[in-house]
Design a protein around this ligand. Structure first.
Ligand code: NAD
Length: 544
């Protein structure tokens, strides 16, 4: 093996400030390599009389964006201890020389824990900071639950931990997580900041020793009880949600040393929990789904701006919203005035509901609605970059429509069908351009559900698949390439499950009883409620 050209952590001096630059692509994850290199580099500069202050920064597109997921996965399946950052963070925080974290990109999870172990945090305005561990069903184990409330207060720490959502730099500064927002050259600004604090001669503030933001246990009773209620309500199946509250409570009630031990236990329990294993599996599966045989970064994609959707029913309306939300120009076409009006009425109702819930402003809704043109004719089909067919599940009807599309659409236009069960090749077969035909299987409600199955026909070109994957990303969905088989992936998995629920009804249970058992088990919806939402006619047509 050859030595890496650039060290994982490089040390250089800018006057009396030692700069430690972590360079571990792609996202500077805090894995064993980085931890070891950082510990050696820190020990080196702490002993070095030339260094009067330290700046920890990262090369590449982001600050440390988290812990190493593969390490976490190994910990989830074995009884091994999670990665131990404690000695490293104790060395950083215990340093008598001020240590400044210079943050760009995202400081998430282990990255934020590292930044919080530093005495000061300087960030670019575009930086984002957060503790997303809850999304993997875990409580962080590197003292994050103990330092975060000490910096931002109990309520904010609970909110950040339970939502898992990162906050932007200005929010972080208001909360007390970032000391200064800078623009331009981050490292120079962080070095200047380090020189300032050194010149002031103050003792570097140790977050672990702070209590000014956390208040007394009685003062926090209400926030902790409210957070427990939120955890129960929004994440009933995720023990980590309750454990997050317990960990923050430990920060309030225990000295730091005991609190971090308590966090360690809670973190270990959640890492080995079933929900964590399942969520890690989902995370890794979503990552694996981005690697598609035959598709590389070099595969050409077509920009998609103008979309025609044929069929303004349950799916067509939702797909129109998904595309309009992503800033695309949409034509929504139906065969009947009745179908079109009903479709547009649903679209409007859904947008109005978003305004009522405070998710969208009336201006944003007006903009999105203005992007959707309802129509009964074939106007604008020739200018479309993408056509998505979402009419009734009938091979005969779909073949007729694709024969029309072959005539109407410009060469290079992507021709997609939203069929749930039909053979893509049989649909593509009526066109003179089967390479442009692909399945885009949205799930109901299409403006909400994250999964988009991309069905590859026998002759679908790699460029069309790559374009469909780019579309999924733009629509904020997870694109999963599927083979052309009945039910593709999602429904194929769901069929046996659906049959069992129907057998139960045949054996005397009511649909309500079956659904109650399923939601009690932890499913977001019962199978019969899902059928109702999709429309029972869809299943009937599939049967026929
Ligand atoms: P739907 O019955 O709600 O809507 C179909 C619409 O197509 C109607 O408005 C109808 O007027 C219109 N239409 C019929 N013929 C047309 C034509 N020649 N030109 C233009 N419009 C025409 O159906 P849906 O539930 O939205 O399903 C549409 C497709 O999506 C089906 O292939 C279905 O299998 C698939 N799908 C449905 C779901 C679901 O949950 N409903 C999920 C994924 C995929």
């Amino acid at each position: 093996m050859t030595e890496p050209v650039t060290p994982v952590v490089a040390t250089r001096f800018d006057g009396e400030v030692a700069l430690l630059l972590i360079d571990h692509p792609p996202v500077n994850a805090l894995d064993a390599t980085v931890r070891t290199a950082l510990a050696t580099a820190i020990a080196g500069v702490l002993d070095d009389p030339r260094a009067r202050a330290l700046v920890i920064a990262c090369a590449g597109r982001t600050f440390v964006a988290g812990a190493d997921i593969m390490e976490l996965e190994r910990a989830a399946w074995s009884d091994g201890e999670g990665p131990d950052m404690h000695p490293l963070f104790a060395a950083i925080e215990g340093s008598s020389k001020p240590v400044v974290a210079a943050i760009h990109g995202t400081a998430l999870g282990g990255g934020l824990e590292l930044a919080m172990a530093c005495h000061y945090r300087v960030a670019l305005g575009s930086a984002r900071l957060g503790m997303p561990e809850i999304n993997l069903g875990i409580v962080p184990g590197a003292e994050g639950t103990q330092r975060l409330p000490r910096l931002v207060g109990v309520e904010k720490a609970l909110e950040m931990g339970l939502s898992g959502k990162p906050i932007d730099a200005s929010d972080a500064q208001r909360a007390g997580l970032v000391d200064r927002i800078v623009d331009g050259d981050l490292v120079s600004a962080a070095v200047a900041f380090a020189n300032e604090v050194r010149a002031r001669g103050e003792t570097p503030p140790r977050t672990s020793a702070r209590t000014d933001r956390i208040g007394s246990p009685t003062e926090n009773e209400t926030s902790l009880a409210a957070a427990r209620a939120t955890a129960r309500k929004t994440k009933p199946q995720i023990p980590a949600a309750r454990a997050w509250v317990d960990a923050v409570e430990a920060a309030v009630t225990l000295p730091f040393e005991e609190g971090r031990r308590r966090e360690r236990e809670l973190s270990g329990d959640t890492v080995r929990s079933e929900p964590c294993k399942a969520l890690l599996h989902v995370f890794l599966a979503e990552r694996a789904a981005t690697r598609v045989p035959g598709i590389t970064k070099a595969t050409q994609t077509t920009p998609l701006e103008r979309v025609v959707i044929v069929g303004a029913g349950t799916m067509g309306g939702g797909i129109a919203m998904a595309c309009a939300n992503a800033g695309m120009t949409v034509r929504l076409r139906d065969a009947t005035r009745e179908g079109l009006d009903a479709g547009m009425a649903t679209v409007r109702r859904n947008y109005e509901a978003s305004v009522k819930r405070g998710r969208l402003t009336t201006d944003a809704v007006a903009d999105r609605l203005s992007r959707i043109t309802p129509q009964l004719d074939d106007d604008g089909f020739d200018g479309a970059d993408l056509v998505i067919e979402a009419v009734y599940e009938s091979m005969e009807l779909k073949r007729r429509i694709f024969a029309d599309l072959d005539r109407l659409a410009r060469p290079g236009c992507v021709l997609a069908t939203n069929t749930s069960t039909l053979d893509i090749d049989a649909i593509a077969g009526v066109t003179s351009r089967p390479e442009s035909v692909v399945g885009l299987h949205f799930f109901s409600p299409a403006n909400v559900m994250r999964l988009l199955e991309i069905v590859r026909g026998a002759r679908t070109s790699p460029e069309v698949i790559a374009t469909a994957l780019a579309l999924a990303k733009r629509l904020n969905k997870v694109g999963v390439v599927a083979r052309n088989l009945p039910g593709f992936i999602g429904n194929r998995m769901m069929f046996p499950y659906m049959y069992e629920t129907q057998f139960l009804v045949e054996e005397g249970a009511t649909p309500e009883q079956v659904d109650r058992a399923l939601t009690g088990f932890g499913m977001a919806m019962g199978m019969f409620a899902v059928d109702d939402m999709a429309g029972l006619d869809v299943a009937a047509r599939v049967k026929r």
